[in-house]
Design a protein around this ligand. Structure first.
Ligand SMILES: N[C@@H](CCC(=O)N[C@@H](CS)C(=O)NCC(=O)O)C(=O)O
Ligand SMILES: *[C@@H]1O[C@H](CO)[C@@H](O)[C@H](O)[C@H]1NC(C)=O
Ligand SMILES: *[C@@H]1O[C@H](CO)[C@@H](O)[C@H](O)[C@H]1NC(C)=O
Length: 245
């Protein structure tokens, strides 16, 4: 009896340590991560591309915010702020696209190159992500959302503010291949969706030389990971809205 119990305990411990090793190497979620999304949504597009870069399988759950599918009791229980993207990783719920990007690399990245662990390298990525959320995307949004969804006129003052932010982005890129250094990071993936929109809308940012070159470089880097099918296609849906007025 005792012998059998010992063998059982030994087998169990091998099983557990084997599992722990698999978990610490990282790398795959136990079941596909659910992403509540809509194809044209810029922050959703960044998550889908980043997941492809990392080789993470997502279960995409279409959530049509135009039809109020983000206002159902079930959705609100998950995310009272009712925004997409919203992620569900085996019951762990998260929203805010940049937080989701960081979580995915921390939890499942093959290495830390998309979001370096080194404090100073990570700080630069964080600065770019915060600049995107608080300044670049905000100024893009202030200019275009009234035109896209409320039929308002193009506002030159708001365009000047956006251009100022693009100028700052241009200066961050001076002497760098990607926005936070020599490697692609989640900050590039977050920022490119706004630039892809601007490009689809015919916004001329060619005066920002480094941004133009970075855009070409990053598009190329993301081409194997859905740049055209996810990012460009989503931006084209929005650009169509713009044309209809
Ligand atoms: N800062 C958020 C923005 C999320 C956001 O505003 N998403 C829009 C769609 S692009 C949305 O869910 N709108 C519906 C709502 O806010 O009720 C992020 O990056 O995730
Ligand atoms: C950049 O990528 C290269 C090649 O993958 C890697 O060796 C290097 O450590 C990376 N640098 C940073 C800062 O992550
Ligand atoms: C970035 O822009 C500055 C000013 O326009 C220019 O002098 C510099 O060469 C550019 N750097 C790169 C990497 O393109």
């Amino acid at each position: 009896m005792r012998g059998i119990a010992c063998i059982f305990a030994l087998l169990l411990s091998i099983y557990i340590s084997g599992n722990a090793a698999a978990r610490s190497k990282g790398k795959m979620p136990n079941q596909p991560i659910k992403l509540y999304y809509l194809p044209p949504s810029p922050p959703c597009r960044s998550i889908i591309m980043a997941a492809k870069v990392m080789g993470i399988e997502l279960e995409l759950v279409l959530t049509n915010i135009m039809e109020g599918e983000h206002m159902t009791p079930d959705f609100l229980k998950m995310n009272p702020q009712h925004t997409i993207p919203t992620m569900d990783d085996s019951g762990f719920i998260l929203w805010e696209s940049r937080a989701i990007l960081a979580y995915l690399v921390n939890a499942y990245g093959r290495d830390d190159s998309l979001y370096p662990k080194n404090p100073r390298l990570r700080a630069i990525v964080d600065q770019r992500l915060n600049f995107d959320l608080g300044t670049l995307y905000t100024r893009y949004y202030a200019l275009y959302v009234p035109i896209l969804f409320r039929g308002e006129e193009y506002d030159d003052d708001k365009a000047a503010k956006l251009d100022e932010a693009l100028g700052w982005l241009d200066s961050f890129l001076d002497g760098r291949a990607f926005v936070a250094g020599e490697n692609l990071t989640i900050a590039d993936i977050s920022i490119i969706v706004t630039i892809t929109n601007l490009n689809a809308f015919g916004y001329d940012f060619s005066n920002h030389d480094n941004v133009t070159k970075w855009f070409e470089r990053t598009k190329k880097a993301l081409e194997p990971y859905g740049y055209k099918e996810v990012d460009e296609a989503g931006a084209d849906i929005l650009a169509n809205f713009l044309k209809k007025g």
